[in-house]
Design a protein around this ligand. Structure first.
Ligand code: WT7
Length: 637
């Protein structure tokens, strides 16, 4: 059975989990249908009402400017800054001394910041950045682990109007180099190292390697995390803690007044070609979208402790560890390291220790934890939990039930949030008062006009699979692919004229619940990480023994998908297990450990179309053992 077919056998219409009366009573949204209907009918009015809940240096003139689709503009004429809403507006209220950030290191150390102390740290670091000549519109690359300085760096950039480009700390030197070159960052922020699963990852060393081939970077700021000695080039490298002690690092700085449409950040993500896409988000709409989705979906209140266990290096961390929760004035928890180290109850220990009320993670993490059995969570008092969340890939119904029973104790609704780097905010998701169905990501968020199209662009009937599309723009949507407007238009808006094509296959049941089945392009979600087959293939062929390669995703119990590579060797090269290992580790070095193929098969040739395109779909069908024509009628060559 193929991965997509497993969804056909779902008994999704029968299994419904109703919210408790208390959940409904305590929800910001107690009637999904009513608000949804209004939000679509009066779309701009709805977004206007939400946007008014934020602070603006100058109120906007227009909610939506749709004069040049698909280049939509929101809240035009408005002046704001995401930091104005995430920090500045809280320090003059009762939230001044409330905890903004609780951080747990893998080595057991803990750091906390109140809104006021975080505000001051951000101001100090923003002053430091300015002293290096960073100005509005400049890009800064951030290559940091899951430590408070990543949040401080991002907020400091935003504060002065610089565009941050965070590169996940699991990426290799080559991947970092490409992303620095594309963004043309003159300044890089990194750390001496990072902890993960008891090991140290030598970030500074990787950064140095990346920089040998990117002359654009003039300044490197190094955060001390491990305290281990690293190579320092005194003409270029500065320690963060030393800079923060200088008189220039003043605790006050006025927040830059930005146009709503001014860029806030670039985040690179994988697409169909080998070149990653720099997804560009802006201050105004992104603030509004992350604010309201965090509030309505997680029902965050001032007494809540909220924990999103993602890495800030991905969009989930940007939107739902940092910006969304801080705009809401919430207490957000950040945790460095692995969920299994030193023991597989590390996360539940943290929930208990901080009295976490809202907990948000990925299906891969839950599947990983499930392996060790429920005794691990059962050792801890998880009664503080009220709401759970899931993101990154489809959650299998049996995993959903385990999470619901053993973590949520059948009390906590699970918010299975479907969205993307490109969307900036949740697009399809339940709210706590909506009845839930395991395996479904619920219904479209307010203001989101989601649909499922067939090949000809017609909406499909309930139960049928098709292309997941969004028919109206939304405030937090990306504005373009950095320096590549054509690719933006072509990738997302050309298949169905001016309708947003998400790249996923989905279906809907008769109650309007959505089920996302997986990617339909050459993107694979491995452990929730998004990787392009072309990207992995390019990494494979950098090995001198390899002539050609094709990569497919295969269903995997824990990771959702695993990576299988078909490799054609150069003439006269001997196949061997050592060579296989060598090719794998070369991918790790070229792209990052997350991209290493789980399986390599040496083949003599690859199936191709007449025009020479590799037919990955045929390889996949053969591999899973199904008829080649059947794998998916909507998957393209
Ligand atoms: C792709 C986007 C959005 C934050 C993390 C991933 C898949 C995401 C779900 C979900 C089923 C999901 C889709 C999507 N995806 N959330 N709840 N159910 N699939 O962002 O790396 O840009 O990946 O992740 O395939 O297109 P991303």
């Amino acid at each position: 059975m193929s991965y997509l077919e497993t969804f056909d056998s779902l008994t999704y219409e029968k299994e419904v989990y109703k919210p408790s009366k208390e959940t409904v009573k305590n929800s910001y949204v107690d009637n999904y249908d009513r608000l949804y209907e209004y939000s679509i009918k009066e779309n701009e009015k709805f977004w206007d009402e939400i946007a008014k809940q934020l602070n603006w240096f100058r109120h906007y003139d227009k909610v939506l400017d749709a004069s040049d689709p698909p280049f939509y503009k929101w809240f035009t004429g408005g002046k704001t800054n995401i930091v104005y809403n995430a920090l500045d507006r809280h320090v003059t209220t009762f939230r001044k001394n409330k905890l903004a950030l609780i951080w747990e290191g893998e080595d057991g150390c803990e750091r906390v910041y109140t809104y006021f102390s975080l505000y001051k740290e951000v101001n100090k670091f923003a002053n430091v950045l300015k002293s290096f000549g960073v100005k509005k519109g400049d890009t800064v690359t951030i290559y940091l682990p899951n430590i408070p300085e990543i949040a401080i760096s991002m907020l400091a950039c935003a504060k002065i109007g610089a565009i941050h480009s965070v590169v996940y700390a699991g990426f290799s030197a080559f991947a970092l180099r490409d992303r620095i070159s594309d963004a043309q960052s003159k300044l890089l922020i990194t750390a001496d190292g990072a902890y993960r699963g008891g090991k140290v990852i030598e970030l500074k060393k990787i950064a140095d390697e990346a920089l040998t081939k990117t002359p654009v970077v003039q300044t490197v700021i190094v955060v001390r995390r491990t305290g281990k000695e690293v190579a320092i080039d005194t003409s270029r490298d500065f320690y963060y803690d030393e800079l923060m002690k200088l008189p220039i690092a003043n605790t006050y700085l006025k927040t830059e007044e930005m146009d709503s449409e001014d860029p806030l950040f670039i985040l690179y993500t994988s697409g169909t070609t080998g070149k990653p896409k720099g997804i560009l988000h802006v201050h105004g709409g992104y603030s509004v979208g992350t604010y309201i989705t965090s509030k309505y979906v997680f029902n965050i209140n001032d007494n809540d402790t909220y924990w999103c266990a993602a890495d800030p290096g991905w969009i989930t961390g940007h939107s739902y560890i940092i910006y969304g929760p801080l705009i809401n004035g919430a207490t957000t928890v950040m945790v460095e390291g692995s969920p299994y180290y030193p023991y597989p109850d590390r996360w539940w220990k943290i929930v208990e220790k901080h009295g976490v009320n809202i907990f948000y993670t990925s299906p891969t993490a839950i599947r990983g934890i499930m392996r060790f059995g429920e005794n691990w969570p059962n050792r801890h008092n998880l009664s503080s939990l009220k709401i759970l969340g899931s993101v990154g890939e489809p959650i299998n119904p049996e995993v959903w039930r385990w999470y619901h029973k053993h973590i949520g104790k059948e009390r906590c609704p699970i918010m299975d949030t479907w969205w993307q780097t490109e969307s900036g905010m949740f697009l399809i998701t339940p709210v706590p008062s909506l009845p839930l169905k395991p395996g479904s990501c619920g219904k479209p968020f307010f203001g989101i006009d989601a649909d499922i199209f067939d090949e000809s662009g017609k909406s499909v009937e309930a139960g049928k699979g098709g292309y997941l599309v969004i028919k109206k723009p939304w405030p937090a949507m990306m504005r373009t692919i950095y320096k590549d407007e054509d690719r933006y238009k072509k990738t997302y808006f050309s298949k169905f004229n001016d309708v947003y094509l998400a790249g996923d296959a989905a279906k809907r049941d008769k109650d309007g619940y959505f089920y996302v089945m997986g990617r339909i392009d050459d993107v694979i979600k491995v452990s929730g990480y998004r990787l392009g087959t072309a990207e992995i293939e390019s990494a494979i062929i950098t090995h001198e023994a390899v002539a050609e390669s094709a990569v497919i995703g295969k269903p995997h119990d824990i990771k959702g998908n695993s990576i299988k590579a078909f490799v054609v060797l150069k003439p006269n090269i001997e196949k061997s297990d050592t060579l296989m290992d060598d090719i794998r580790s070369n991918v790790g070095k070229t792209l990052g450990p997350i991209a290493k193929p789980d399986e390599i098969e040496f083949v003599d040739s690859l199936p191709k179309t007449r025009s020479g395109k590799i037919m990955r779909r045929v390889l996949k069908a053969r591999d899973i053992g199904i008829d080649e024509g059947d794998i998916s009628t909507i998957e393209e060559d």
